[in-house]
Write a protein that binds this ligand. Structure first.
Ligand code: NAD
Length: 455
């Protein structure tokens, strides 16, 4: 195994940093340090923890320009999106400041038995395994929830986007979080990730990534009987009914699908449009895309590169495959761009066969699928192993309710898509994983109840 790993700028392919590929022995030292701080950290008053979150959020906000530029340089997204993500992470930490004093418990008289007291205890050392697409936000969700409940966290970023997370953790330490309670453990999934997952003193693993890696993580964790939260991929449908405000729907679909170069778990990956308005929808989307500027995210662009060469190859193969098999018609884009980084043109496909997009397409491809009836739209939307999010676009409350009831997924939006406030529980059903982040549900993931019965 390599002792260090290079981090590259996806817009230029230049090396911009190097991280340690942490070995199992070093992971062991990190876990021991976390174990040692736990008795002190879990007894720290919630009001004190809240202050630390507020301090860190304020430092992050004051450093937003530098942090956003670093995020763009390692991840590829346009600066505007990187700023949103950095400020969004500060907001998540503020949310955890506001809720860490309200971890629920229960106290009841049980006639005939005694008096019941239920307190929720932290789990201990938790591992957070993070992907490269929204690295800072996903780190904030996991670290915020775990620390708010009194756990220690060892966070492993993806090897292709670790640098900004390291800087965000510095802000948390400067804000007052003990270094041992929050540690960033860099390295590959195979070496560092596996060492964290199989370490006997790591009691909880919160993993966000692909289904394939999620299965590998589950297999490694099973013999150790560990608690798991899995946030896996998504294949969200974005359903545009005949009563939708088509202008708003097109704008939202294009902005959403090409946000972060299409590399978002809840991106609108399958655009289902009523057949009566499908051509108009496609035409308006094409007009919008023809004005899209693609380039280095540090410049004034609408879309940056894909994060890594592997993603670029997958997208290229997908588009070539569906066109060769006549499973879709190309309207716009459809090619790699002749630039040094991992650039692919924003691509619009119409009349896409639902089967052709049954797998998640994690890149800048908008697939429009026409449908004839609400039943057909629901069948198509639910005919996937994923179940993360979906949206319905309509001006009729009855249609909104019908889809909200019928869609099999963890989040349904009505006349919006992708918005994920920290107050809202987030997670999937089916192969999109299990467990929830944020909302009030974080408590169930990061604590365990202890029942005390007084006689
Ligand atoms: P990935 O699964 O390749 O890697 C995710 C993380 O897991 C990385 O830190 C990686 O090093 C680590 N890892 C990989 N294999 C491992 C193993 N066997 N043991 C331990 N750690 C391991 O995913 P990615 O390519 O970084 O991210 C893209 C995927 O993530 C997409 O499928 C996307 O939909 C999904 N995703 C899901 C959500 C969600 O909340 N549901 C959010 C963002 C991304």
């Amino acid at each position: 195994m390599q002792s260090s790993l290079d981090v590259r700028n996806p817009a230029t392919n230049e090396v911009i940093g190097t991280i340690k590929n942490t070995t199992p022995d070093d992971v062991d030292l990190c876990v021991s340090a976390a174990q040692e701080i736990l008795p002190v950290w879990e007894k720290t008053a919630a009001s004190k923890r809240a202050v630390l979150f507020v301090n860190a959020a304020s430092l992050i906000r004051s450093r937003v320009d530098g942090l956003a530029a670093l995020l763009t340089t390692e991840q590829g997204k346009p600066l505007r999106e990187a700023r949103d993500e950095i400020l969004g992470s500060a907001h998540v930490f503020e949310y955890y400041a506001s809720v860490c004093g309200s971890i629920p418990g229960d106290a009841r008289d049980l006639p005939g038995y005694g008096y019941l007291n239920v307190v929720r205890k932290p789990l201990g050392v938790c591992a957070a395994i993070i992907p490269w697409n929204m690295p800072v936000m996903i780190f904030a969700w996991k670290a915020g929830a775990a620390l708010a409940c009194g756990n220690a966290v060892l966070a492993k970023p993806s090897k292709t986007a670790p640098l900004t997370i390291i800087k965000i953790a510095e802000a948390l330490h400067e804000g007052g979080f003990p270094k041992e309670a929050l540690q960033i453990v860099t390295g590959s999934g195979e070496q560092t990730g596996s060492a964290l997952i199989t370490h006997p003193d790591v009691r909880h693993i919160s993993f966000t990534g692909s289904i394939q890696s999620g299965k590998a993580v589950s297999l490694q964790a099973a013999p150790h009987l560990k608690k798991l939260t899995l946030e896996l991929g998504g294949n969200d449908s974005f359903i545009v009914t005949r009563t939708a405000d088509i202008e708003s729907a097109v704008k939202a679909a294009v902005r959403n699908r090409f946000y972060n170069c299409g590399q978002v778990c809840t991106s609108a990956k399958r655009i289902l449009v009523d057949e009566h308005i499908a051509e108009e929808f496609v035409h308006k989307a094409e007009v919008m895309l023809s004005g899209y500027v693609v380039g280095n995210g540090l410049e004034k662009v609408n879309m940056g590169p894909l994060n890594n060469a592997n993603q670029l190859a997958l997208i290229e193969a997908f588009v070539e495959g569906v066109l060769d098999r006549d499973e879709a018609q190309l309207v716009y884009g459809g090619k790699r761009l002749d630039m040094p980084g991992n650039f692919y043109a924003p691509t619009l496909l119409k009349n896409v066969s639902p089967l052709a997009v049954s797998e998640e397409i994690f890149g800048p491809v908008m697939s429009v699928i026409p449908f004839g009836s609400a039943d057909e739209a629901l069948d198509i939307a639910n005919s996937t192993m994923y179940g993360l999010g979906s949206s319905v676009w309509t001006s009729e409350i009855s249609t909104a309710r019908r889809f909200a009831e019928g869609l099999r997924c963890g989040v349904v939006w009505v006349n919006k898509h992708l918005t994920l406030p920290p107050e809202m529980p987030f997670g999937g059903v089916g192969n999109s994983g299990f467990g929830r982040e944020n909302g009030r549900d974080f408590v169930y993931e990061y604590t365990e109840p202890k029942s005390i019965l007084f006689g």
